[in-house]
Design a protein around this ligand. Structure first.
Ligand code: G1P
Length: 185
């Protein structure tokens, strides 16, 4: 992912930019990215969207080690990509929404290999954080993970059930499947 973001360098030049990971869907009254933009406008520092995850899931995410907190905004000691379970500095996980200052590109350009043998955006963010503060913001809203199979299926079903044009047919289909399942068991 670090390499993918770095590849966008020519489109960014000296401006700050947003990164949105497509497998993280956020539904919120004020959109997740807008919440980050509002924070960026106050500090003009890079800001990363985070939310709390359960203990057993911290190894799937970039995790922050918070320094201190002002409401939902955190200053951060360290951004760590996929720490081992039990080694996580907190349960605040990066949730696929970033506002980054253009200086991030010089760190991504080092092509440093990190967790999982990949060039990690999280590592470049920590390098930037050591030069100028990078904030984390615990944004409001519900996040859906469509990057894993059950998350994808649950999201499709939940969102379809909210649509009047899909709901009845989906219920009929699911009922039919459930009845078949009961008969064959
Ligand atoms: C990526 C990031 C990770 C972040 C996660 C959010 O991981 O590297 O820091 O917490 O997205 O979904 P991936 O899902 O590509 O393993």
């Amino acid at each position: 992912m670090g390499h993918a973001v770095w590849s966008a360098q020519k489109f960014i030049s000296d401006e700050s930019s947003a990164v949105l990971l497509g497998d993280d869907i956020v539904r919120a009254e004020r959109p997740g990215l807008k919440q980050l933009i509002d924070e960026y406008e106050k500090t003009e520092k890079s800001v990363i969207g985070v939310q709390t995850v359960p203990d057993g899931e911290t190894n799937r995410y970039g995790i922050i080690d918070p320094l201190d907190q002002d409401g939902r905004l955190y200053r951060v000691n360290n951004f760590v990509e996929k720490p081992e379970l039990g080694q996580q500095p907190s349960n605040l996980a990066i949730m696929g929404r970033y506002i980054l200052n253009p200086e991030i590109m010089s760190f991504l350009g080092q092509h440093k290999i990190g967790a999982g043998n990949e060039i990690q955006l999280t590592d470049a963010i920590q390098m930037l954080n050591e030069k100028e503060s990078v904030y984390a913001y615990d944004f409001k809203g519900r996040r859906y993970d469509v990057g894993e199979i059950m998350g994808f299926l649950k999201t499709m079903i939940e969102m379809s059930m909210e649509r009047e044009d899909l709901k009845d047919e989906l219920i009929d289909f699911m009922t039919e499947l459930l009845n078949k399942e009961i008969v064959t068991r």
